[in-house]
Design a protein. Structure first.
Length: 125
């Protein structure tokens, strides 16, 4: 039987042994659960004023969906999850290094690849 003790947890994101759980993903406060087996890739991106940092929740670009994070403007790094679907979750954990490490280990993904913010391909303003 799988345990649900988190490997990582902050206000909005938790990584359990089986899945990433994103609070505030759906309106108004719904949680999205993403099993590690559904994650094809995780990409680290640097945010700026026009590349997602000013977006508290939702999207300005239909390819990315930013989970709720009222403190996103104070952060500079985000993670984009490729689930094999058109829309990709855009997360800003308090400790992106820890979340990326858990996802890569649990999903069996290769080492990190550097990426530019979503704004470089249309942006999430």
């Amino acid at each position: 039987m799988a345990t649900t003790t988190p490997c990582y947890r902050d206000r909005w994101i938790s990584c359990t042994p089986d899945a990433v759980r994103i609070r505030g993903y759906y309106f108004p406060w719904g949680t999205k659960t993403i099993p590690y087996t559904a994650i094809r890739a995780v990409r680290r991106v640097e945010m700026g004023a026009l590349t997602g940092q000013g977006r508290i929740w939702g999207t300005g670009h239909p390819r990315y969906w930013a989970s709720l994070d009222p403190r996103r403007m104070r952060k500079s790094t985000a993670l984009v999850l490729d689930l094999g679907r058109y829309v990709r979750p855009f997360l800003t954990p308090d400790d992106p290094d820890a979340v990326e490490a858990v996802i890569r280990a649990r999903a069996g993904l290769a080492a990190a690849e550097e990426g530019r913010g979503p704004g470089q391909v249309g942006g999430i303003r």
